[in-house]
Design a protein around this ligand. Structure first.
Ligand SMILES: NC(=O)c1ccc[n+]([C@@H]2O[C@H](COP(=O)([O-])OP(=O)(O)OC[C@H]3O[C@@H](n4cnc5c(N)ncnc54)[C@H](O)[C@@H]3O)[C@@H](O)[C@H]2O)c1
Length: 414
């Protein structure tokens, strides 16, 4: 990891309220932009073109809407992956320009970058479990896709590029031992089934206590998906440093909210549970359901992307975007069942682990607060009603049994 990315942000340069940003800072820019510029005043966004790759996706759509609201012009490049968009015709947001095609097409990337001043790179195949057997698909779209985009950027430099990275790059989160010491390289047994504890344990067999994970935690790639997200992140940061393009990687934790693909059983715990509950089925919970994750609302994530594109001090940084809170998976299943009016559909605890899955990971969001002024506005426990309203308007096909059997057939569920 680069020193810049490692650097702990001990000094808080400025405080501000999101959406009220009005500060001017000069930063170095590629020659095309005359070397210096001023970012961030709202009038500076007006008319600027942002290319959003993967802009038809769950997060991409919210980002497109947020950028349009803030005066940007938005261009989307997306190849409408069938697993995510089963109808093949995702709804377009008025005011945005759409280019349908694969990010691995060099001429399409060059075309999409014409006149663009910022890039938000979200296009990716998304799913930990599936990445463990559709390896070429994940490496192809995520790694080669990023490479083709970056090559196109050599001749068309932009003012900033933000890439969607993932908490999955951490593997296990940070842990504390009985004496309060932090451990950043904890792994549990590969085959945890039948063990006394699902949690990682110390030499005496006692479980470590999970702690908020910050960006200093060394990466530990436990799945092909995580590998490709790290490759995307590094490629963008290396490119940014080499070509003088401000580059930022946002490590997103579990994103939730309206619009998550209910058709894709490989991603989105809440979407999976909603699909089960809407069909009168109990949510399927791997392990014992006590594994902890951080759920961050999609509108907060969209805002974080915009802030990262705009805020000069974010350049060269890797930044966690989460809620800073942790929830057990059982708790999430119960909260959602209650919000959907079916509290009797209690989670079905499978007592099995998926290979490549980790036990606990939730975010420290200090760096996002310090650098971006990011503060989550929507918490899981108070944001489920709008999500449930949205689910009610969807045709929900539950594909979790299919997902489970795909994994089991390949021995990927222990
Ligand atoms: N949703 C989460 O909880 C989460 C968490 C961490 C990181 N992320 C990352 O955020 C980004 C967006 O995630 P999402 O949840 O919106 O996923 P999504 O599947 O809803 O959206 C991804 C979009 O990318 C498009 N796409 C995929 N391959 C492409 C290609 N080769 N060319 C062009 N477009 C392509 C798809 O059609 C889709 O519209 C991804 O990079 C993902 O890895 C998401």
């Amino acid at each position: 990891m680069f020193p810049a990315a490692r650097q702990r942000c001990s000094c808080i340069c400025f405080f501000f309220f999101e959406d009220m940003i009005s500060f001017n800072r000069n930063i170095s820019l590629p020659p095309r932009f005359g070397g210096r510029m001023v970012l961030n005043d709202k009038e500076n966004s007006v008319g600027k073109i942002v290319l959003v790759t993967g802009g038809f996706g769950f997060i991409g759509r919210h980002l497109v809407a947020d950028l349009l609201r803030h005066g940007y012009q938005v261009r989307v490049l997306d190849n409408v992956v069938e697993q995510v968009h089963p109808t093949g015709e995702p709804e377009r947001i008025r005011g945005a320009e759409y280019i349908i095609g694969d990010i691995r097409d060099p001429s399409l990337c060059r075309h999409a970058l014409e006149g663009a001043e910022h890039v938000a790179h979200l296009a990716a195949e998304v799913g930990v479990g599936q990445s463990m057997y559709e390896i070429a698909r994940y490496v192809g779209a995520n790694e080669l896709g990023t490479a083709v985009l970056l090559e196109a950027l050599i001749d068309r430099p932009v003012r900033s590029i933000v890439v969607a990275s993932s908490m999955s790059v951490y593997g296990e989160g940070l842990y504390r031992d009985r004496d309060g010491r932090l451990h950043n390289a904890i792994r549990r047994r590969v085959d945890v089934s039948g063990a006394d504890s699902w949690d990682p344990v110390d030499d005496a067999g006692l479980p470590f206590e999970p702690a908020p994970t910050d960006e200093e935690k060394p990466v530990d790639l436990a799945s092909i998906y995580a590998l490709t997200k790290f490759a995307q992140e590094r490629a963008v940061m290396i490119f940014g440093q080499a070509y003088g393009v401000p580059a930022i990687a946002l490590r997103l934790f579990n994103v939730f909210g309206a619009g998550q693909a209910l058709s894709n059983p490989y991603t989105g715990v809440l979407a999976n549970f909603a699909s089960r509950l809407a069909n009168g089925e109990r949510p399927l919970v791997f392990e014992d359901g006590k594994q902890r994750r951080d759920f961050v609302h999609v509108e907060d994530v969209a805002r974080a992307f915009r802030l990262a594109l705009e805020v000069p001090s974010a350049a060269g940084q890797v930044i966690n975007i989460g809620s800073g809170r942790s929830y057990s998976i059982t708790q999430v299943a119960e909260l959602l069942a209650a919000a959907m009016g079916v509290p009797e559909l209690r989670p079905e605890i499978l007592g099995k682990a998926r290979r490549g899955d980790i036990r606990h990971c939730f975010a420290s969001i200090e760096r996002a607060q310090d650098l971006l002024g990011f503060r989550p506005k929507h918490l899981l426990e108070t944001s489920l009603d709008p999500f449930v309203e949205w689910v009610k308007g969807q045709t929900v096909i539950d594909r979790s049994a299919q997902m489970r059997s795909e994994l089991e057939q390949r021995g990927l569920v222990a």
